[in-house]
Design a protein around this ligand. Structure first.
Ligand code: MG
Ligand code: MG
Length: 255
């Protein structure tokens, strides 16, 4: 079931999204060689608490998982695509690492979801290019998300861009509705056909999140039950925004 949010709920989500963007950018600022994933988690938790909000991912059990997620933040390094756990066997960041930071923030009962990928110190130009492409793909997906259109329009825009630049989308991982719960209907896939899928209606709130690599589309889920990695060890990047559908251009809530 797709929940349509009322204008006042969109306003709350917009305030939550502003806080969300601030926290992610503050965490990104401390990403440096020698910093541990635990440090990133700690800063995220401190900033969330300072705002009087809560971490949506902490203790959340997604469908199919056999234990609750143990952290506020997902920190996924290099070949890790998404859902890397920062506070179990924390890792120390190295020069050249590519780090995705994914956060869910609950503000006054409503959830926003957003992710960015940042480099640690001096990074490989190919990784830099992949990050730029992924950011662009996300914005093309957002542009395609208009009231009266269809969910497939979003995947079509992202997939077409990826193909043109010979980038692969990580298989089986997709965006989703968000707001009252971390994951709501509909699935927002990164591949699709124009005019297909659920109708996009004003008031729908969705997270769009391309996950990209120059390597294989194939993924592996690690034994921790959360971390997805690329099967061939290639670097993966991830950008995500929560947006609200309107009659015209969508509102980016997490900026
Ligand atoms: Mg996310
Ligand atoms: Mg998401």
């Amino acid at each position: 079931m797709i929940y349509i949010k009322k204008p006042e709920e969109i306003e709350t989500l917009q305030e939550g999204g502003r806080r969300h963007a601030y926290i992610l950018s503050e965490v990104a600022k401390i990403v440096k060689p020698g910093v541990s994933t635990q440090d990133l988690e700690d800063l995220a938790r401190t900033l969330i608490a300072e705002g009087g909000d809560t971490a949506s991912f902490l203790n959340y059990t997604p469908q199919g998982a056999d234990r609750p997620y143990p952290a506020a933040l997902c920190v996924s390094i290099n070949d890790e695509i998404v859902h890397g756990i920062p506070n179990e066997d924390p890792r120390v960041l190295d020069e050249g690492d590519i780090v995705s930071l994914d956060l869910g923030l609950t503000h006054e009962g409503l959830i926003t979801d957003s992710a960015i990928t940042v480099g640690v110190g001096k990074i490989d130009p190919e990784d830099k290019k992949l990050m730029e492409y992924c950011k662009e793909a996300l914005h093309l997906g957002i542009k395609a998300a208009r009231g009266g259109g269809h969910v497939g329009d979003i995947g079509y825009a992202i997939e077409t861009f990826a193909r043109a630049h010979k980038i692969n989308l990580c298989e089986g991982l997709s965006g989703h509705g968000v707001g009252y719960k971390v994951h709501e209907d509909p699935f927002v896939e990164n591949v699709g056909d124009k005019g297909k899928g659920d109708l996009l209606k004003p008031g729908m709130v969705i997270a769009i999140e391309p996950m990209m690599t120059f390597g294989t589309t194939k993924t592996i889920l690690l034994d921790d039950g959360y971390t997805y990695i690329t099967k061939d060890g290639s670097t993966a990047v991830h950008f995500e925004h929560t947006i609200a559908i309107t009659d015209g251009e969508a509102i980016i809530l997490t900026k």
